[in-house]
Ligand binder design. Sequence first.
Ligand SMILES: NC(=O)c1ccc[n+]([C@@H]2O[C@H](COP(=O)([O-])OP(=O)(O)OC[C@H]3O[C@@H](n4cnc5c(N)ncnc54)[C@H](O)[C@@H]3O)[C@@H](O)[C@H]2O)c1
Ligand SMILES: N[C@@H](CCSC[C@H]1O[C@@H](n2cnc3c(=O)[nH]cnc32)[C@H](O)[C@@H]1O)C(=O)O
Length: 407
Amino acid sequence: MTTANLAQEGAERIAWAGRGMPVLNTIAARLAAGGRLHGKKVGVSLVLEPKTANLALALKQAGAQVSVYCGGSSTEARVVHALRAQGLAVFAEAGATAARDLELARDFLKTKPDILIDDGASLIRLAHREFPDLVAGMIGAAEETTSGIRPLRAMHEEGALRIPVIAVNDSRMKYLFDNVYGTGQSCVMAFLDMTNLQLAGREVLVIGYGWVGKGVAIHAAALGARITVAELDPVKALQAIHDGYAVKSVALAAPNTEVVFASTGIAGVITEDHVRKLPDGAFLCTAGGGDFELPMEYLRSLKADKDVRQGVVEYTLPGGARIRVMVDGHCINCSGGEGNPIEVMDLSLALQAIAVEELAGDAAPKAPGLYPISDAAERDVALIRLGHEGGVIEPMTEKLATAIRSW
Ligand SMILES: NC(=O)c1ccc[n+]([C@@H]2O[C@H](COP(=O)([O-])OP(=O)(O)OC[C@H]3O[C@@H](n4cnc5c(N)ncnc54)[C@H](O)[C@@H]3O)[C@@H](O)[C@H]2O)c1
Ligand SMILES: N[C@@H](CCSC[C@H]1O[C@@H](n2cnc3c(=O)[nH]cnc32)[C@H](O)[C@@H]1O)C(=O)O
């Protein structure tokens, strides 16, 4: 297929996503009318697919100079071509190696974004390590996900963070929808599409019962899977029991597990020993932060069959059991599927647009640290989407307001 054809297909897919993003479209129109982004450089480092492309284009239409970065495992080539055809600087190559991704990430940072939208804090950390002058001149950043917030907090506690960061992930309008329903649906659907198997009757182990683990369990259970949860936190473990699931350690659950969804964002939650306990034919999927949740180094030292099915590598353990790893341990929804559904990314990406709007405003935070999205912005986002879904909230009356305040 020619570059022009790829760009055309990409443009059609971007337009389709845009039809389902009323919240982003509303915020985009406000941004364009406000003029705050004129002359600003905005860098977007997010999973690169049609929904993210709508955000990047909205920022450009609002007057920003936009550059885009994404790692090769979650980059859609058609979208890269479509965005380049619209004049955006795109530093992403579908299928690029880790070494090439690093070169692209450095080139992206050399565009000197004033405001950076990041996912997993990887570019914020790279900028702090290698581009101190860039960091010194930056207005700030916005972080998309839980596994980015955690290291940013650690950096701030150590006094290493040098810019204000808006914690988009920590907005209720993000984690209650994207992390739970969006990721639950897209990870389970990606597993089904990639394998052409079913989950009914299968033993599924969900490691981590935070927002993502909860969403994965809901969707897998709805399709008839039997769910076991592994958790470090006894409160969340007890919640899983109340939701109707078994709770066990990974070591105890492994011998009976057919499909694992690692949903923690923490490195090394599945060990070599855990893998050795899995039965023949078990699948390892990541729904959380990335391949670092799985013992990829150990797995890659084993005999591997890369041709069993696209996106599936079958590793043979010394005892003969075959363990199937999905998309090299990357997030199964972003690297093996189309990412989260349009409706939830409408919320998350609209919040990103609001974060950029806030950072570019006069009242923007200046001191390094993590800052929340305002309650007013959360409410705006909820009301726009709710209206689009045909929902109507209860009108607040004087009498109700008094009853709520009374003691
Ligand atoms: N694939 C996606 O599209 C997507 C979407 C949203 C978030 N995420 C990622 O998913 C991960 C989880 O996000 P979240 O919002 O659910 O976080 P969370 O903090 O709500 O949940 C993580 C849970 O994992 C548990 N945990 C940590 N280590 C564990 C271990 N060794 N064994 C068992 N449990 C353990 C924690 O106690 C916690 O309850 C993060 O990396 C986040 O960035 C991915
Ligand atoms: N950084 C990893 C995985 C994504 S982390 C998880 C974040 O990805 C976000 N995400 C999930 N699906 C999509 C999507 O389709 N488009 C853009 N971002 C997505 C989601 O908001 C979540 O917080 C990678 O490059 O593969």
